[in-house]
Design a protein around this ligand. Structure first.
Ligand SMILES: *Cc1c(COP(=O)(O)O)cnc(C)c1O
Length: 428
C-alpha cells in the first residue's frame, strides 16, 4: 500500500514504519546502538559511496530516527527529512548547508528570540550576514536581495505579535531570484498549515513544542521538499567538489538522488562532520507525541480561540492578538492559508495596567506554568519584558514589537472552562 494515499491522521500513526523484521515488534523500537554491521565488504563500500542507502554509524542515522524523519516528511509533503538535536541546531545546520562565508541571508525580523540571536550575533562570526526586513514588507525583501543572497527565511507565525507570514508572496520572490525559501513552521504544526504546498523549499520544526506536545524533550527536524535546483553555480557548496564528503559535487554526482542533494548533504556533511545527532530515545518520545498531534492541535486551537474571545471582551484587557480573531490584523492573511478554523495554541495580550499588572498576573495565576516554553499539553504563561527579553534595551524591545505589558500564553489541553477561570481569577 502506498503511504502517499493516506491522509494526515493515518500518516501520523503509520508513515515510515514497517514492524521490525527481526523481532516483529509492533511499536517503533529504540535502537540503542552505536554502529551497524556491514553484510560484506561490498555492502560497506556501497553504503559509504551512497550507492545504497543503509545504516553505518549512529551519529549519521538510526532506524528510530528514520521512522520520525519519514513520518514527518510524508505528513509535510516533503521528499525527505533529517532530525537534529534541537530546533536551534536544525536552523543553524539548514542555513550553513546553503550559505558559506561571504553569503547573505534575507530574513523576516519577527523571529523566535534564539533564532534572532543566532542570525544577528552567531552567524556573522562564521562570515554569514543576515538582512532583516519587517514581515510581509515585500518591497523591503526585494531591496535586501543582492548578488550575495543565497536564501530567504521566515517563520509562519512570528514573535511577538503572532503575525502570519504571507508565504505565497515570499515564495514568488524566492522563485524570481532563484533562492530557496526556508520556513520555520513550529507555530503552525501539521494539521494547521503545510508550507511546502505554498512554495517552501525547506521546512523546519522544533520538535520540542507541539509535535512532542509533552514538554519532555528537545529536538528539531529539517524537511526537504526536494524541489530546488541546486545546479545554479551561485550555490558553491553544491557545485564544487565537497571536501566534507570525498569531493562529491552534491548537485551533480548523486544520480537518481540529485533531487535530494540538500538533505543528503545535510546528513553526510553537516551531521556527519559536526555531529548534532538527535538521540534515538528522544526521537522515540517525539514519535509518541506525533501519533496524537492531529487530535491535540484541534483542541489547542479550539481552547486558544475561546481564551482569545474571552480576553477580547474583558474590561481590563487593552489588546489581544490571535490570528483567529475576526478583527485581528493577521486574520485575512491567516485565512489564505488556514482551512478548518485551526489557528494554533498561542495567544498574546496586554493589560491596561501595563508592566505592573502583567507581573501580578504571572505571579498569582493558578493552573498556568510561568516558564519559557510553548506547545506543551499544559497551559503556559510568560511575561517576556521581565524575563526572556529583559536584557534588551527599551528601544530594542519596542523595535522587536515587544511592549512591556505583553503576556504570552501557550494554551494547553485542559478543559477550557478551567483555563478561563484561572485567567478570570487574576484579571481583576
Ligand atoms: C522553540 C523554537 C525554536 C528552537 O527550538 P529548540 O528545540 O528549543 O532548539 C525555533 N523556532 C521556534 C519558532 C521555536 O518556537
Amino acid at each position: 500500500m502506498s503511504e502517499k494515499n493516506y491522509r494526515y491522521e493515518t500518516l501520523a500513526i503509520h508513515a515510515g514504519q514497517i514492524p521490525d523484521p527481526a523481532t516483529q515488534a509492533r511499536a517503533v523500537p529504540v535502537y540503542r546502538t552505536t554502529a551497524f554491521n556491514f553484510k560484506s565488504a561490498k555492502h560497506g563500500a556501497d553504503l559509504f559511496a551512497l550507492k545504497e542507502s543503509g545504516n553505518i554509524y549512529a551519529r549519521l542515522m538510526n532506524p528510530t530516527n528514520d521512522v520520525l524523519e519519514k513520518r514527518l516528511a510524508a505528513i509535510e509533503g516533503g521528499a525527505a527529512a533529517l532530525s537534529l538535536s534541537s530546533g536551534t541546531a536544525a536552523i543553524a545546520f539548514a542555513i550553513t548547508n546553503i550559505l558559506k562565508q561571504g553569503d547573505e541571508l534575507v530574513s523576516a525580523n519577527n523571529l523566535y528570540g534564539g533564532t534572532y540571536t543566532q542570525f544577528a550575533s552567531i552567524l556573522p562570526a562564521w562570515g554569514i550576514t543576515t538582512k532583516f526586513t519587517k514581515v510581509n514588507d515585500f518591497a523591503a525583501v526585494e531591496e535586501a536581495i543582492n548578488e550575495k543572497t543565497r536564501a530567504i527565511y521566515v517563520e509562519t507565525i512570528g514573535n511577538p505579535k503572532l503575525d502570519f507570514a504571507d508565504i505565497d508572496e515570499y515564495s514568488k520572490i524566492a522563485k524570481k531570484h532563484h533562492l530557496p525559501l526556508i520556513v520555520d513552521s513550529t507555530f503552525t504544526p501539521p494539521g494547521i498549515f503545510k508550507p511546502i504546498e505554498h512554495g517552501a523549499n525547506i521546512v523546519i520544526h522544533s520538535l520540542s513544542k507541539w509535535i512532542g506536545g509533552h514538554g519532555a524533550g528537545i529536538g528539531g527536524i529539517v524537511i526537504d521538499a526536494g524541489n530546488f535546483d541546486w545546479t545554479d553555480k551561485k550555490f558553491d557548496l553544491y557545485n564544487k567538489p565537497d571536501g566534507g564528503y570525498h569531493g562529491l559535487r552534491f548537485a551533480h554526482d548523486l544520480g537518481d538522488l540529485n533531487p535530494l542533494a540538500f538533505i543528503l548533504r545535510l546528513r553526510t556533511v553537516g551531521l556527519r562532520n559536526v555531529g548534532p545527532t538527535l538521540a534515538p530515545d528522544a526521537a522515540w518520545i517525539f514519535l509518541q507525541g506525533l501519533q496524537s498531534l492531529p487530535l491535540r492541535i484541534e483542541r489547542h486551537s479550539q481552547n486558544a480561540l475561546k481564551v482569545a474571545q474571552y480576553l477580547e471582551s474583558h474590561p481590563k484587557v487593552a489588546w489581544v492578538r490571535y490570528p483567529g480573531l475576526k478583527n485581528d490584523p493577521s486574520y485575512e492573511i491567516a485565512n489564505k492559508y488556514i482551512k478548518g478554523g485551526l489557528y494554533g495554541g498561542m495567544v498574546v495580550f496586554g493589560l491596561k495596567g501595563g508592566y505592573d499588572a502583567a507581573v501580578k498576573v504571572v505571579d498569582n495565576i493558578s493552573l498556568f506554568s510561568n516558564l519559557a516554553n510553548v506547545g506543551d499539553s499544559k497551559s503556559l504563561i510568560l511575561h517576556p519584558a521581565s524575563t526572556s527579553h529583559s536584557q534588551l534595551s527599551d528601544e530594542e524591545q519596542l523595535s522587536s514589537g515587544l511592549t512591556k505589558d505583553l503576556i504570552r500564553l501557550s494554551i494547553g489541553l485542559e478543559n477550557s472552562d478551567d483555563i478561563i477561570e484561572a485567567l478570570d481569577e487574576v484579571l481583576i
